[in-house]
Design a protein around this ligand. Structure first.
Ligand code: ADP
Ligand code: MG
Length: 392
């Protein structure tokens, strides 16, 4: 689960990690008043669930409250597109107005879950402020990594090594050690899968400050933190993702035009691969999980049809726990309810498969049933080409 920068900074502040003074605003008037409070000169920062805002105009230095008002109006009125948002961008609903800090040096610092070692990993670099991926590709020797032993935790001597590697000395080095230890405490207590400070800066006045902050909570631990639900900003999520979440379905938006309904993550990956091999482009995939009911299948199908990019639907389901006739009933129910005329290919196998196929064939829908995944992928690509010759 994602949260905004200003929320992440509040959390970091509560762990004694120094952050700039700031105020979050919901309207351009509030931005202007906050800018006045900061003394006129300040930084206006669009709050979206994505980074890369600086280069996209989402972080701007202003010198007068009126200028802050102007920029806020512009930001509130558009979807901000950054390299991390995708081409459609994200709506700006909240703006952080922050004191403008004189920066002497920028660093990168994060703690994240490393799946390959099943441990937290601390990553630091003196090349902060830019994409860490870029540094990793161009100058991997400038990135310091430390795998944290969960039994001993992060030890002060390890934090000192990192501070030294960043080139910090004297009292700044001690500040950095405390900051790193506090960051680790935050990761553990808040069940984070990622806490990233980019940049961590040394100000011209000689202080360490977390200038940007990103926190991801581990979804598997959210049941321990009911307070996180209030932090969620639903305006940042795809409405279809929200609907899918309500029915406990996993919906992932992609960029093509074929909607995919599958059961199980492995089958989803295989379906996308084979579809692509056959020249198809998935618009999304929706995983209905193991023991879905007829209602759940119907909801899933409706969610797929609500995706405006979907021009055809490919269903690939193994009816192990689920019965194929139940899946067929769900599809028919949903497709009839929304008067779906789009081409549909259903590849299913498992219990009651013949009954399921019979129901579909007799349903009057524009549907083809197939036995094999490869045949199904080829069939949906062909049906789409026939229905929309411009896509051929
Ligand atoms: P993003 O990572 O989304 O681009 P950041 O919060 O990192 O957004 O801001 C981009 C850059 O803007 C930072 O690397 C930093 O140089 C500068 N910046 C951000 N906040 C401030 C601030 N309060 N004062 C001065 N400069 C800032
Ligand atoms: Mg940043």
């Amino acid at each position: 689960m994602n949260i905004h920068e200003y929320q992440a900074k509040e959390i970091l502040g509560s762990f004694d990690i120094p952050v700039p003074r700031g105020r979050v605003a919901l309207t351009a008037d509030q931005v202007e008043r906050a800018a006045k409070m900061m003394g006129g000169t300040c930084v206006v920062k669009a709050q979206i669930y994505a980074g890369g805002r600086g280069k996209a105009g989402g972080v701007q230095l202003v010198h007068h409250p009126e200028q802050a008002h102007e920029i806020a109006k512009e930001l509130f009125g558009k979807r901000l597109v950054t390299p991390q948002t995708g081409p459609e961008g994200l709506k700006v609903r909240r703006i952080l107005v922050e004191e403008a800090v004189g920066i002497a040096r920028e660093f990168y610092l994060s703690i994240t879950l490393d799946r390959s070692t099943s441990r937290y990993c601390l990553i630091a670099s003196a090349e902060g402020g830019v994409d860490i991926e870029e540094t990793a590709a161009k100058a991997p020797d400038k990135i310091f990594k430390l795998t944290i032993d969960p039994y001993t935790g992060l030890r002060p001597y390890q934090a000192r090594k990192i501070a030294l590697a960043l080139g910090l000395t004297g009292s700044l080095s001690e500040d950095c050690v405390n900051l790193i230890l506090n960051l680790y405490r935050c990761v553990l207590e808040k069940d984070c899968s990622l806490v990233e400070i980019n940049p961590l800066v040394v100000t011209r006045a000689g202080w360490l400050l977390a200038m940007d902050a990103k926190i991801n909570f581990d979804d598997n631990a959210i049941f321990r933190h009911w307070e996180y639900h209030d932090l969620m900003d639903y305006s940042q999520l795809d409405p279809l993702e929200i609907s899918a979440g309500k029915f406990d379905l996993a919906y992932i938006k992609l960029t093509g035009n074929i909607g995919c309904m599958v059961n199980g993550a492995g089958l989803a990956m295989a379906t996308l691969d084979v579809l692509k091999e056959n020249g198809g482009e998935p618009a999304n995939f929706l995983d209905v999980g193991g023991g879905a009911t007829r209602e759940k299948v119907a909801e899933a199908f409706k969610i797929i049809l609500q995706d405006r990019d979907v021009q055809a639907v490919f269903v690939n389901i193994f009816g192990g726990i689920m019965r194929c006739d139940v899946i067929a009933q769900g599809i028919i129910e949903a497709a009839s309810e929304v008067h779906c005329t789009l081409p549909i290919v259903v590849r299913m196998d498992g219990s009651q498969v013949e009954e399921g196929k019979k129901l579909l064939v007799e349903s009057g829908l524009n549907v083809q049933c197939v036995d094999f995944l490869g045949d199904g992928a080829a069939a949906i690509v062909q049906m789409l080409a026939e229905a929309r010759p411009e896509n051929a």
